[in-house]
Design a protein around this ligand. Sequence first.
Ligand SMILES: N[C@@H](CCC(=O)N[C@@H](CS)C(=O)NCC(=O)O)C(=O)O
Length: 215
Amino acid sequence: MLTVWGRADSSATARVMWALEEACVAHQRRDWGGAFGGGDDPAYRAISPHGRIPAITREDGFSLWESNTIIRWLATTCPQAELWPAGEAARWQAEAWMDWSVAPGRVIGPVRTAYRRAEPEPAEMARTIRAAAETFAVLNAQLQGRAFVVGDQFSVADLALGVVVHRWFRIPEALARPDLPAMEAWYERLRARPAYQTNVVAKASARPQTLGMGD
Ligand SMILES: N[C@@H](CCC(=O)N[C@@H](CS)C(=O)NCC(=O)O)C(=O)O
């Protein structure tokens, strides 16, 4: 059985848990990182060199770290899950969007920091939301006329980007988050997937003090 090391409310762990459930791969999760600690454990560092979560291990000694790399491994070792889009062009576009997925991850953090302050500053909130919206607008444009990130097939690209988008839509409306209609329609399609609900929506919402924007 595959073991995922990571706390459930971590975005990177949620991405891997979601992918495993989409691919119907048997797995168990061990709470790790954050308040659970373990990141500095030398045995854990041997499988995750930076001590970050998540990592996966298998009884035969195989292990892997970095959530998008774990998703690539999963898509390759479980071809029946059809997580790689069909065709050369779509397959490599999916790789590109996966690599790009760090960009929205970077801009959502400052938004969260700004409105979690004891005394939030409107100018900082507006500036960080504007910067985030510019990045998410790129994804919105890509999703115009497409059901999923690289076409009509759900793929690794959706898995790489779906978690951070949940954080975007958790920004309260009152903070003037601009409308991104194609991205919103895609988000609704993701929300209709049970594995997304269980591993992303439900887990992020478990931390109301952060308005559902766990890290
Ligand atoms: N690029 C890495 C990011 C890993 C990462 O920064 N994980 C965070 C949680 S989302 C972490 O380990 N934080 C420290 C901790 O939880 O102890 C990935 O996608 O796996």
